[in-house]
Structure formats: C-alpha cells, structure tokens
Design a protein around this ligand. Structure first.
Ligand code: MTE
Length: 318
C-alpha cells in the first residue's frame, strides 16, 4: 500500500500525471537531457552531484547567518526541489532544468520607483557585495533544509531604484519559457509563477536575492540566475529565476494563493500553530534526518521579524 505523507503530496493535485509525464518526455527529447540514458528516468549519480563549477569570487560570511546548525550537503539542496515549471516530482527540476539557458538574462525593476533599472546577466553578480547567508529554510510541505546561500540584501537593491511613497508592496515574477518548461495545465498552477512581499518585509535585512549556493553560481533547479530567499516564510515565497520585480501600491497576487486560497495565504509566515488544512505544521523533517523536529515560530527568526506583524491576527493573515 502506498502511504502518502505531506512530503509526497504535490501542492496541487489537479494535473493528471499522464499529461505531464508525456510533456516531460517531450522536453527530454527536445533538450537531449538524458541522451544515452536508455529508458532510465534517473540521472546517473555523478551528474546529480555535479556542482556548477562557476565559483563566485569575494563572497563574505555574513553576521546574519544562522549559526550552530549543520548545513545540508549540496546533494540534498539540489536534488530535492520544487520548481514546478520543470515538473512536480522533487527530482524533476535537477533533471529537466539542466539545459535551461540563463545567460543572457534580463531582470527589470520597475513600477513605483524613481529610477527604473534593467539588469543583464553580469549585473546580477555585481549589484552589491555578495554575502554568504546560511539560512534555515522550511517548506510548507513540512520538510526543512539548511542552505549556504550567496546573495545580496534586497533592501540594497531596492534603495538603488528609489521607491516612491506609493510603493507599499513588491511583486516578483519568474521567467516562463514554454519551450523549455511545462505549461499551467500540466502542472496545475498558473504561469508565470508570481509572489510578493510587503515593502517592509522586502526591506528587512534578512531578505536576500540569492545568486549562489556553496560559493558557486546557483544551479538551475534552485532558481538560477537569481531568486528570492525569505527565511521566516514558507519556501514557496522563494520565487526562482526572477525576470521582474515591481513595486506596487496594492497587495500583489501569489501563485499558490490564486491556485488554492484556502490552503495558502499571502503572508505564509512559518507558524507551527496554524496547520495546513491537510497536515500539521507543528513539526518538520530536516532533509537527511530521520526524527522530526519541532517547527519554530517564524522558522526560528522570531526575534528579528515578529515585530513586523505586531497587532496582526496571524491566524487570519496566514
Ligand atoms: N519558484 C518557481 N518559479 N516555481 C516553483 O515551483 N516553488 C517554490 C519556490 N519557488 C517554486 C518556486 C517552492 S514550493 C519551494 S519549497 C521553493 O521554491 C523550493 O526551493 P528549493 O528548490 O531551492 O529548495
């Protein structure tokens, strides 16, 4: 009997598996992703372990890192992913994003700003000094992982574009290349993938735009070339492969909230007291560990971020 745990349940179960498997096979053929691998759908170990080989120079450790916790191995972080555009199984993104081209890239920062910015691929790595931030990450599916990101503070980037007084929220949009990626009907979510933060959340010193992992450029499955990381929120706020950042007046849409508003709210703060309608959020399984651990409010970052939500009913604003 197949017993399904929250870890096995995709966010959305609306897509018939056969549909996306067909599409996946097509992508595989089109990109030559597993040329020579016969009928096997799994990558050979060596390939799954390969790092990008693109070292990021001058990454400085940050005092804002989590301390005292064991960092997960590269393999955990890069082979157990959610990046639905490349498939809904945890192993899919590592396998099917391999040949996705992220250079050249254009990231536009616009909206309620005095100085709109259009950045190219190389600009992403030189916007501000790169810092290593070792963060605990907690997925809404009740697993967690400790990741040594390399990135820049989002606040530093936003200050450069000079938000106008009308800017109250920041929205983020992922690339959607329908030739290299799957489509909304196959994966059960609207595309492009979008999410947002309130401006004060975006300006918080813990919020970063990550461009690297383990001192190297991000691999595609983790959101190359640039992705959002907000360590006190469920991982789905970590919009990958960002092409647009827009400062706006009103609360922007969020992919999971559009898909299933009963299960996913705008705020998505890690809160062990608010269960997901289909499973408990009280505990979590750290990748690579057997025993579950207690989930901490705001994923352990309460001292730094709880004050952002003073006076808000966090059961209502989940
Ligand atoms: N970004 C895009 N574009 N598409 C996605 O499916 N999944 C989100 C988030 N960002 C997702 C995404 C979810 S559900 C999680 S848990 C994190 O990415 C996972 O990040 P990781 O693969 O680096 O652990």
């Amino acid at each position: 009997m197949l017993i399904r745990t929250p870890n096995d349940i995709p966010y959305s179960e609306v897509t018939p598996r056969a549909t996306w498997v067909r599409r996946r096979e097509f992508i595989k053929l089109a990109t030559g992703a597993v040329a020579g691998a016969g009928a096997g759908l799994l990558l050979p170990d060596g390939e799954a372990l390969a790092q990008t080989g693109q070292k990021l120079p001058g990454v400085k450790p940050s005092p804002l890192s989590t301390t005292g916790e064991k960092v997960n191995p590269y393999k955990d972080i890069t082979t157990y992913n959610n990046y639905y555009e490349f498939g809904t199984d945890k192993a899919d993104p590592a396998q099917y994003s391999k040949n996705f081209q992220t250079n050249p890239w254009t990231l536009t920062i616009e909206g309620e700003v005095a100085k709109r910015k259009v950045l190219g691929y190389d600009d992403l790595f030189s916007m501000a000094p790169l810092e290593e931030r070792v963060y605990r990450m907690r997925c809404v599916e009740a697993w967690s992982v400790v990741v040594p990101w390399a990135g820049i503070s989002l606040a530093d980037v936003l200050k450069q574009v000079e938000p106008t007084p009308k800017a109250k929220y920041v929205s983020f949009e992922t690339v959607w290349d329908h030739k290299a990626m799957m489509g909304p009907r196959e994966i059960g979510i609207p595309l492009p993938y979008v999410d947002g933060l309130r401006l004060d959340e975006a300006m918080h010193p813990l919020t970063i735009l990550a461009v690297g992992l383990y001192g190297e450029k991000l691999p595609n499955q983790n959101g190359a070339p640039i992705r959002l990381v907000v360590p006190w929120k469920y991982g789905f706020k970590g919009v990958k492969s960002i092409v647009k950042i827009k400062l706006v007046e009103k609360e922007p849409p969020s992919t999971w909230n559009i898909t299933n508003p009963r299960e996913y709210g705008f705020y998505s703060n890690v809160n062990p007291q608010v269960d997901h309608p289909r499973w408990s959020q009280a505990t979590e399984r750290r990748l690579g560990e057997f025993l579950r651990r207690k989930t901490l409010p705001f994923n352990g970052y309460a001292d730094q971020v709880a004050s952002l939500y003073n006076g808000m009913d966090l059961r209502k604003f989940y």
